[in-house]
Design a protein around this ligand. Structure first.
Ligand code: UD1
Ligand code: CA
Length: 458
């Protein structure tokens, strides 16, 4: 394998996005655009990986942070050529080939980059362009060829004549070139154009004069598409979704209605899991084998074990769910929820920052927050852990095999011993000893004939 260095241009603001967020941090399939580029780059094992930041550089560097990235700042944005100039010191002692990538083409694949690199070495010219044909080339630089079909130059849309705008072969913003020629070319760029920018693309005529330019026209239009505005972002989001879902189906996951589902780039789904319509699996989702995810569930930052059933309309964020649990319908697991095997969390229950032991049932309308609930516990309908006193959060600890009747409040901090029973309607304010019955309920009295006097039956 021919090793290379990689330079990613990510300093631009992305004016056409109309956003406070730098373009390369806009999410696609739950991950920043730049994340996708780096994912494609890393298997090439570049000798050096340089990323140029500028607009909100700190935010970009913090979000993407990784030890293998060599960050370079472009303090003023004067164009793609100027960006490369800013990176030259970081590339100084390197030899061989350099891949330059625009930071706004998130669907690029390792395979295409590898092929570009191979093509570059085969052709042996100091510069290789990666081009493609676009049905709608608007916004891209057009590849102008001479009568013999040889690349002559790249013309930006804003500088292009009517005839040049009709060209459908575009510059993708991916280049491979020999590092030893680069400083010489970059030093000769000027900004005499419609945008008063230093265009990287203006190195083409220089390379032509010094040994030639190769251009590989690759047909993978979607993989080579860029994001300049939110419509293009949405188009690529959809394309990426279709691709991701297809890949999971190939690995043995059923999607009942693939087009209604959304799966983050980094989500993982086990074999024989069935995903019903309108499910969204956000970043950090890991689902085990043989699960069923019901309609309209949203899951993120959560790990779900084997053979779980997540019933419709459930919302899981930051939860760890062991094997064979049943969650929902309409359940909400918030960050720090850790459920052991065979736990059942039913409709309209919320769990937050709590561990729940094996086989425990929290079936109806309950809130379990800042709690440690043992195994084999039955939590009755409408049970609430009162974890917040208006200033601090407190913990509730419930031992194994406790039976909690309906409509119980645990006023934390409070502990319930193993095997205790809590009568329905009890407000637990004191620790309950093991095997005891705790009950706090006003005695029921009867006023005979009261109803009849007040509202005689017709
Ligand atoms: C650029 C190309 C165009 C190509 C298109 C493909 C130039 C002059 N034009 O145009 O031929 O068809 O990409 O998408 O190169 N950037 C910086 N610093 C800057 C300016 C830009 O780092 O000063 C970065 C941006 O963050 C972005 C990339 O370079 O990732 C491309 O910049 P953008 O402004 O989107 O260029 P295009 O107009 O799309
Ligand atoms: Ca662009």
């Amino acid at each position: 394998m021919n090793r290379c260095s990689v330079l990613v241009l990510a300093a631009g603001q992305g004016t056409r996005m109309r956003s406070r967020l730098p373009k390369v941090l806009h999410p696609l399939a739950g991950q920043p655009l730049l994340w996708h580029i780096l994912r494609a780059v890393r298997p090439l094992q570049p000798e050096r990986l340089v990323v140029i930041t500028g607009f909100q550089a700190e935010a970009v560097e913090q979000t993407i942070a990784a030890p293998d990235i060599h960050w370079v700042r472009q303090c003023e944005r004067k164009g793609t050529g100027h960006a490369v100039q800013c990176a030259l010191p970081a590339l100084k002692e390197l030899r061989g080939a350099l891949l330059i990538l625009n930071g706004d083409h998130p669907l690029i694949s390792t395979e295409i980059l590898q092929q570009l690199l191979d093509y570059h070495h085969r052709q042996g010219h100091p510069l290789t362009l990666l081009t493609t044909r676009m049905e709608n080339p608007a916004g891209y630089g057009r590849v102008v060829r001479d009568a013999q079909g040889q690349v002559a130059c790249i013309v930006e849309e804003k500088d292009a004549s009517e005839a040049q705008r009709a060209i459908d072969e575009v510059n993708t913003g991916f280049y491979c070139l020999s590092l030893d020629r680069l400083p010489h070319w970059i030093g000769r760029l000027d900004n005499r154009n419609a945008q008063n920018e230093y265009y990287l693309t203006d190195i083409v005529p220089m390379a032509l004069a010094e040994g030639g330019v190769a251009a590989w026209c690759c047909e993978e239009r979607i993989a080579l598409s860029g994001v300049n505005d939110r419509r293009q972002l949405a188009t690529l989001e959809r394309a990426f979704r279709d691709r991701t879902v297809a890949a999971w189906m190939e690995r043995g996951v059923t999607f009942v209605d693939p087009e209604s589902c959304w799966v983050a780039a980094d989500a993982e789904i086990g074999m024989d899991t069935i995903i019903e319509p309108h499910v969204s699996l956000g970043p950090g989702t890991v689902i085990g084998e043989g699960c069923a995810i019901g309609p309209f569930c949203h899951i993120q930052e959560s790990v779900i074990g084997l053979e779980c059933r997540i019933l419709s309309y459930s919302h899981l964020d930051g939860a760890e769910v062991d094997a064979e649990c049943t969650i929902g319908p309409y359940a909400r697991l918030r960050p720090g929820s850790r459920l052991a095997r065979k736990v059942r969390v039913g409709n309209f229950c919320e769990v937050k920052k709590s561990t729940i032991g094996a086989g425990t049932k929290v079936n109806h309308l309950s809130y379990i927050g800042d709690a440690q609930v043992g195994s084999g516990v039955n939590v009755g309908a409408g049970t609430i852990t009162c974890n917040y006193d208006g200033v601090h959060k407190h913990r509730t600890v419930i031992g194994d095999h406790v039976f909690v009747g309906s409509d119980v409040q645990f006023v934390a901090p409070v502990q319930v011993g193993v095997g205790a029973t809590i009568g329905a309607g009890t407000t637990v304010t004191k620790d309950v000893p093991a095997d005891a019955l705790a009950i706090s309920r006003a005695h029921q009295t009867h006023v005979m004939g009261w109803s009849e006097k007040r509202k005689p039956r017709s």
